[in-house]
Design a protein around this ligand. Structure first.
Ligand code: SF4
Ligand code: SF4
Length: 498
């Protein structure tokens, strides 16, 4: 591995609040979107001349659309409860990565233009003009927020910094300053159907090859169907599941579950991507366009159920917004929730005894579970509160004998972000990603030392990619991250149900 141009933080023995270093991450700036990436999403190609007025006008539109945004900008009392809750602050020490400071980047301009006190006495109320310097701070620091919502859990008013950074990014893109990584990917989804730009023939080939590999290994013809009309289930899964490790082992696990349960399922070329990066850039229009593919695919294939694979923010969009964005889904079978998470499907099958599992198949693994932010704090699973925490753990305990949770304040509702969510999973932000992973690495090392844990399991494509990248920076191996359904797939006894 090439030597990094930054120092990986030392993992402390206990969680530590860092020394504050002004401007520690002021140099962190993701590549800006090229004109073609911007224009494909309906944004100006480059920074427009009247960017100031257009930015203020766009802020006004967003405030008119979202009452929540205005409440978040109005209600902070500067209590400080959120200041040490962000993994990017904990990993970098940059005070602008304190959630309240990140919000203030937008709040000060909001106050200047949308409050009477800010118009009359700006200095008294912390109001400030939108200058080029402020615009640049927005670009840098709204791209140092993974929109994980951890800070909102600790805020007595529930102020959600994720919503503030989404609004900031939306305004930036609307004046011509979008982020390359997210916008290029959204463009590929609009054009081809998935983040990777994988066309139908390549996808069909890949799936056929996977089927052959599994049959060779197990002797059982487990299918990976694509565009099969009349299937019961449409599986919408992150495109990383089609080939990258450890994601693809998760896809093999889903296929084995469907095979063994006798559920006829299919993937779709049109909706060959669960991810919806429209969320990350705060663009309702792009989020809706991406979500509508799922509806079109479900109608086109005549399926009865909609199941989402292991992708954190995709599940957030699906669980929280899909019906608003692309509903109603009244043409699906009303006996099943719309949408359903693949963990819910597997959990239900296990509960009903419909799968034969051999836990000992995973005996060489000692496993912990990383709660992904968008699942933990922005959605739910099953029909009981907290199901998003209990269902994956129930599944893991059913398929492996050695499961150990990380420290209670680092999991569940208070889980730490992997450091790569929210559209930051790009190599031009690798320093931020490595430093932002520090709190999670600290919690992981603790269970490694205490329980000899060997692997982290996750149900988010971004978390899996991020961990594969950052684990080696902290002295671990990149293959210590696993898909939950890889463990399921390895434990399933194919061909037997007893
Ligand atoms: S949403 Fe997450 S990344 Fe953003 S400021 Fe809050 S804790 Fe930090
Ligand atoms: S915890 Fe909430 S109210 Fe307190 S400083 Fe942070 S955002 Fe403001």
């Amino acid at each position: 591995m090439a030597k990094a141009a930054f120092d990986t933080p030392r993992i402390p023995d206990f969680p530590e609040i860092p020394v504050v270093v002004e401007g520690a991450m002021g140099h962190s700036r993701p590549f800006a979107a090229a004109p073609e990436h911007q224009e494909a999403l309906g944004f100006p190609g480059r920074l427009v001349e009247d960017w100031h007025d257009r930015a203020i006008a766009r802020m006004g539109e967003l405030l008119g659309r979202s009452r929540g945004l205005r409440v978040f900008l109005d209600s902070c009392v500067k209590c400080g409860a959120c200041t040490d809750k962000c993994h990017y602050f904990l990993g970098t020490g940059d005070p602008k990565n304190m959630p309240v400071a990140r919000q203030d980047l937008l709040r000060k301009v909001y106050r200047r233009h949308f409050t009477l006190a800010g118009k009359l006495f700006p200095k008294l109320v912390g109001a400030a003009d939108l200058t080029e310097e402020v615009l640049e701070d927005w670009y840098r620091y709204f791209h140092q927020c993974s929109q994980c919502r951890r800070c909102s859990v600790f805020c007595p008013y529930g102020i959600d910094t994720a919503e503030v950074s989404m609004a900031g990014r939306e305004i930036l893109a609307s004046v011509g300053l979008g982020q390359k990584y997210s916008n290029e990917i959204i463009g590929k989804v609009h054009k081809i159907g998935n983040n990777l730009g994988l066309p139908q023939p390549a996808l069909a080939d890949t799936l056929e090859g996977l089927g052959e590999d599994v049959e060779e290994e197990t002797g059982v013809p487990v299918r990976f169907p694509l565009d099969e009309e009349g299937a019961e289930v449409l599986l919408v899964t992150p495109s990383a599941d089609f080939f990258a490790e450890p994601h693809v082992d998760g896809l093999i696990g889903y296929a084995k579950v469907f095979h063994q349960a006798g559920i006829r399922w299919t993937l779709s070329t049109r909706a060959s991507e669960a991810a919806n990066f429209g969320l990350f850039i705060g663009s309702y229009e792009n989020m809706r366009k991406v979500a509508l593919r799922v509806r079109e695919a479900a109608l086109e294939l005549g399926v009865k159920r909609l199941v989402f694979g292991e992708c954190g923010h995709a599940w957030r969009v699906a669980y929280s917004f899909l019906d608003t964005l692309a509903g109603p889904f009244d043409f699906l079978d009303p006996r099943y929730p719309v949408p359903q998470h693949v963990v819910e499907v597997t959990h239900d099958l296990i509960r009903r005894g419909a799968l034969t599992l051999d836990r000992s198949a995973n005996d060489e693994r000692r496993v912990t579970f990383h709660d992904s932010c968008n699942v933990a704090r922005a959605s739910r699973m099953g029909d009981v509160p907290g199901g998003q925490f209990t269902l994956p753990r129930d599944v893991l305990r059913a398929v492996c004998n050695h499961f150990f949770d990380m420290a209670p304040d680092t999991i569940g509702e208070g889980t730490f972000c992997c450091g790569g969510g929210g559209g930051l999973l790009t190599d031009d932000l690798v320093e931020l990603r490595v430093k932002g992973a520090l709190p999670r690495m600290q919690a992981f090392r603790e269970v490694v030392e205490r329980h000899r844990v060997t692997h982290i399991a996750a149900i988010c494509a971004i978390c899996k990619s991020q961990f594969a990248k950052v684990l080696p920076y902290y002295g671990f191996e990149m293959d210590q991250i696993l898909s939950v359904h890889q463990l399921v797939g390895d434990a399933i006894v194919l061909g037997r149900n007893d």
